[in-house]
Design a binder for this molecule. Structure first.
Ligand SMILES: [Fe+2]
Length: 313
């Protein structure tokens, strides 16, 4: 049955972020009206969940096209530029799609592989180590462990900013962070980089600590990613004070009251907004297969809250 605006149901999770969308088949064409409705729901709920979607990779790429197109994954670009070929069962030959899997080169589940394996993944926003991070991410589940491991969690960074204590708000006003581009989300050093020994070795894009969402005009805390020192740092505060401030910001931004936890089922697809949420993954059972297919939604340049076009709130 063709998709129609009338059939779409939006069911909020009741948490600080997220809504399930029912009544749409993402393997079929989406009309302008349907895309508008989904775009509005996405802006309001930040993460959309669609269940029971029978999708091919081409469908996922097509879906990204409705929301701005796709862009290659930063880590994969870095590997490619370093002349390292993708290999193994956990890699796709299509640069538009990445497989997020815990399989080894023989196709067996494992703790460590060339990607993120079965590890817990700490809070981050995707690919903030590139100049123009993706607007959002599409992640479709092919195979999921049956024991509730490998959950994906999201936290609402609009609310984290709105409810930031005044002293912290003042402390970050006008400030920027150097996002550590040496490592992937799995804390692996890119093949063309070395492990940083001091802040002088950190090289990546500089982003404002608060960004403005182009659709909603709202401010969101923009922390990105951070590993153990030396890593991402506050450009205007390259000292212990900056480290202590970042500790407080991360602790504030990831409080339970801002979080929604998604327990995956096969054929789920999530669509999340990297401009207004961070996400993390709980550890995966390394004895069970987990394979998801990911496409990054093409980004627009980060809009700084410190610029001339600052939002009114
Ligand atoms: Fe991620």
């Amino acid at each position: 049955m063709a998709n129609s605006v009338e059939n779409i149901e939006i069911i909020p999770t009741g948490k600080a972020v997220g809504a399930e969308i029912r009544g749409v088949d993402l393997s079929q064409t989406l009309s302008k009206g349907v895309v508008e409705k989904l775009t509005k729901a996405w802006a309001e709920h930040l993460v959309l969940l669609y269940r029971d979607q029978d999708l091919e990779d081409e469908n996922i790429v097509t879906l990204s096209g409705y929301f701005g197109g796709h862009q290659p994954a930063g880590a994969r670009q870095a590997r490619r530029q370093a002349g390292i070929k993708d290999a193994g069962k956990d890699s796709s030959t299509d640069m538009r799609i990445n497989y997020v899997s815990n399989l080894d080169d023989e196709g067996n589940p494992t703790q460590h592989n060339r990607g993120i394996g079965s590890h817990e993944i700490r809070w981050h926003s995707d690919n903030t180590y590139v100049e123009v991070p993706p607007t959002g991410t599409l992640l479709w589940a092919e195979i999921i462990p049956d024991d509730n491991t490998g959950n994906t969690m999201f936290c609402n960074q609009y609310r984290a900013y709105e409810e930031l204590p005044d002293d912290l708000k003042e402390a970050i006003e006008g400030k920027h962070m150097m996002h550590d581009g040496s490592r992937t989300t799995a804390n692996r050093v890119h093949p063309h980089r070395t492990m940083p020994q001091s802040q002088d070795d950190i090289d990546g894009p500089i982003h404002p600590m608060v960004r403005i969402h182009p659709l909603t005009g709202k401010r969101a805390l923009f922390l990105g990613r951070r590993w153990d020192y030396p890593s991402t740092y506050i450009v205007e505060m390259r000292n212990d004070e900056g480290e202590a401030l970042m500790d407080k910001l991360w602790a504030h931004a990831t409080q339970d009251k801002y979080v929604w936890v998604h327990q995956w089922r096969p054929k789920d697809i999530l669509q999340w907004d990297n401009r207004s949420v961070m996400h993390r993954r709980t550890a995966v059972n390394p004895n069970q297969k987990r394979i998801l297919h990911r496409t990054l939604i093409k980004g627009d340049p980060v809009i700084s809250a410190w610029g001339n076009n600052a939002a009114t709130q």
